[in-house]
Design a protein around this ligand. Sequence first.
Ligand code: SF4
Ligand code: SF4
Ligand code: SF4
Length: 599
Amino acid sequence: MSKEIKIKIDGMEIVVPEGTSILDAAKKANINIPTLCYHKDLTPTGACGMCVVDIGALTLKRACITPIENGMEVITHSKKVINARKAVLELIMSNHPDECLECVRNKTCELQELAENLKIDELPFERSKFDKPLDTNGVIIRDPNKCILCGRCVTVCQEVQTVYALEFTNRGFDTTVKPFMDNALADTVCTNCGQCTNVCPVGALYERSDIDKVWDAINDPTKHVVVQEAPAVRVAIGEPFGLPVGTVSSGKMHTALKRLGFDMVFDTNFSADLTIMEEGTEVVTKLLKALTTNDFSQIPVVTSCSPGWVKFMETYFPNLKHHVSSAKSPQQMFGTLVKTYYAEKANIDAKDIVSVSIMPCTAKKFEADRPEMKDSGYQDVDYVLTTREFSRMIKQAGIDFVNLPEEEAAELMGFYTGAGTIFGASGGVMEAALRTAYFVLAGKDLENVDIMPVRGLEGIKEASVMIPLKEELQNDLGGVKEFEAKVAVAHGLGNARKLMEIVDKDMKEKGVCRYHFIEIMACPGGCVGGGGQPYGMDLAGKGRRAEGLYKEDKEMLEFRCSHYNKAVNKAYEDYLGAPYSEKAHKLLHTKYIDRSDLK
Ligand code: SF4
Ligand code: SF4
Ligand code: SF4
């Protein structure tokens, strides 16, 4: 246990553990020291100098990187301190365009908030010229004119995601943040994960907006506009409207979409259940083959729902791409079925359908645009909106989200189970898959479907589940009575890299891996922490969003396993045949490419 230390902050005596920063100690005393480059989930750098405090030393100290010392007396807001902060802000503002009203971050901008709190009446310096061109890879947009050099994007891209698409270049006054080796963003290894857009305190990094195109489609009487919403959206969409973090807003979300004018409101949770039927069948098929032949070269199977992870894998681990499930993500399975299965059922020409998805994710825009995602004969998903864009549309339409009544999505492709809901949390796909794999292998359901070891925010989680084999399988496998399924879960690409290095090493050294099934999500916390979710959330808040998903799962009572999704079972009966059938394979599975030349 660390030693407790007594200090004084603004005259208040407090006791905090040794090693605590002045910033965190002040928080404990309910004093908010202003910050700009600091982010709770990232290594503090002290780059901006906004958090200076007076500890009686010759110079002011940066509270985010200065640890407390026994007997320290800290003044957080003397005139000297406030003037120093104002000077920092004036310098930043003179290098920053005055475009708040047109800016994507208007009213969610941390610089704007600081300017309001510190009240800068007049800038003592002339504003610079802002003529640097925007840089984009088609999904992420970088506005170098608005960059305040806080470094958060570099830290998240390099340290958390280990992608290294962004870096600091030059020194002193010439310092800039740019894509690696001064390339255009489109020519880097960027995975489109959007974590940089989440941590950027200003409007210097943001996602491509598809809002206008969606409004055009809604207002086009010749188009039938269908919408799906990902599991993680329902526990975050309430935040921009003041609802507590983790509030489950499924019903209000469906109502809002109907009021926005979508012709048909379905739910991606339906196709999350469908993914489990396809991916789960793939895992069980490959596993039984491996157990029969004693050839484990195709095991483990790794999940494929996270497009940021898929691009990362194609870039850094293309030698392992045959381990990644061929099942499309729920978004893309849904998109294909809307223009085939639904078009047929509703007797609508697929060319008149516009398929829109609401996602917590920026990389989903890239995934929808992948050239191979046209199995319906058309682009399967036409437009992808992030949760942030969805909240903007609700505001544009003047909808009072908080007081909306709760409505269901249409059953055909909107009915879902708790297994579909928990897809949005790290470990959720694994838990959903294990519930169904257990049923397929044991011939009965798990007594308790809550698989706790795969839940939570630990970077890499491991678990094993003992599955008693049903009699026919025991006969096929020469009398083997049970099977211990060994699984692992990683969230955040840095953790994904560590886990895949283990897989690579196992396969190279032993020809067999310690795990049978692996779940990987590109974003910290899973999709609840996606790059398109509302701003300003730390990892603990992402955990509260996940709790909302587990709450909805629990409330589903007898519908907590994908194999009990009656709408999915109907889609198999009426259209797809069986899980992993030829037709299902043609429509619901995909291939990956080698992008190692991007490195
Ligand atoms: S980034 Fe913030 S301060 Fe800059 S223009 Fe946008 S809203 Fe205004
Ligand atoms: S989107 Fe992700 S990979 Fe691309 S620059 Fe941002 S943090 Fe890095
Ligand atoms: S782009 Fe945003 S996060 Fe990156 S350094 Fe500039 S202001 Fe900070």
